[in-house]
Design a protein around this ligand. Sequence first.
Ligand code: COM
Length: 520
Amino acid sequence: MDIRRAGLTMAQWRQLIDDAYSGRVTEPITNLDESSGSHYDAIFVGGGSAGRFGAAVLHSLGGRALVLERWPFLGGSCPHQACVPHHLFSEAAKELDQAQALAGRLWYGKFDPDAASILELVELFRSQRSGPHAHMNWQSTQQLDIEFVLNAPALVTDSRTVRAAGRTFTAGALVLCTGSRTAMPGIVGESLPGVFDYASFIEDLDYEPSRIVVIGGSKVAVEYASFYQATGTPTTVISRGALLSSGGPGRMDDDLRRFIVDGMRARGIELLEHSTIGRITGQRRADGVEVMTPDGPRRMEADFVLIATGETPNVESFIDALPVERDHDGFVTVNARMQTSVPGVYAAGDLLGPPLEMFKSRRSGTTAARNIMGVESEFGYADIPDFLHTTYEVSWAGLGERAARESVGQVVTIQLPPPGLDPGETPLPMAEGSMLYGFTLPERTGFQKCVIDARSRRVLGVHHAGYGAKDAFQYLHYLISRPQGLTIDELGDMNELYVSPDYFIGYARLRAGQADLTSM
Ligand code: COM
């Protein structure tokens, strides 16, 4: 189906995407400038964030880009099964947490766990996700003029050639951005009905879970467990190590991690750390998980099991033709320009491995595009701002206090609640999003810490659990990672929009003039 001149409206895109996703439309959906032939400056194999953003930038630099995507929409797993549904569930978790905590007070009625349905929210997402999908397609066509073939798998045949929709396309460069999927751990019983990962949870859930086990200690495990428990569904997390101790969360400040994990326990989530799964049991559907804990063997009843143990790259569409170098987990390795070991072949997005975050996909795709177009560009994604959700939004950037001490020796901190005060004794850090807690359950207002090098006065790290601070952290990360950094004195010179969710500006101002900095 050639849609190049169709000028599809949002409603028409939604219909077409729904029809294609449900199998009513099986033909490829093409937006190709046929008059220019089938040779491109770059072909992006995969139309997620990396491919879509890469193609847009390559086009804006004057190049010709083609995106090939097996799904009938651009944008990839983010709006389909990953970030967007996760954010919907995390917002619901925050609301439900508040409804449980304040049940019977103010305008909150008695909390009714039967009214908070996991299935209903999944169905809501499923029924509406073609809205964001349609927007990606509409924007890519109407505003970004991206050439694409959707609803058709692609097969790379050599470093310049890809086949899709029965046609052959060639390019000066290829950008591999085929994403990743859950690495199933090989547990006995993991293919039973009732065992899900983040993707099949969205696609296949057709009953209301009543007892949940989440396997893994990752962000996904913590985020989904927090949501499930917030609906009133008893949830256990089983992790091999300490929760949130590896990957991005491994850089989290110790006090922030403690606040989060204690908060999960306080909300009733059972956490079995340092534990290994024996098997998932069940006949027609999973009915339990056998686990070895530090205190001995246990069996957890569960009619729903979520596997959240990490990801593996999707390499099947290119690996036979392009044996690019990969790391020990199979992820494609690239240099700072996103070049793989095969000349003229770049890679971007989740295919590169953790962090599996949107900004890395978008920026790695655009970095590849710039280099292909001769604009030298590098992207290092080791030092990143990061976040996750429990029933809080949790953000961090730079060094935690322990890592900062190891790095510069003498540090001071600005922290709320202040060290030495029990969280229940002070309503701070209440702010937008936690004002109701400030006046009802002050221990729930959140946690924040700013770590400062006592000698250079530079801010080394910022850490936050609360609501609405992600925006600030995007910019704070940029400021503190500049070569000149950001001093406490400069931070204190900014103008805060009170009561903003982080108190760093106002509190930095209270200490800014101090010759020998002290913590507060
Ligand atoms: C966002 C998808 S959900 S994309 O990065 O805009 O393509």
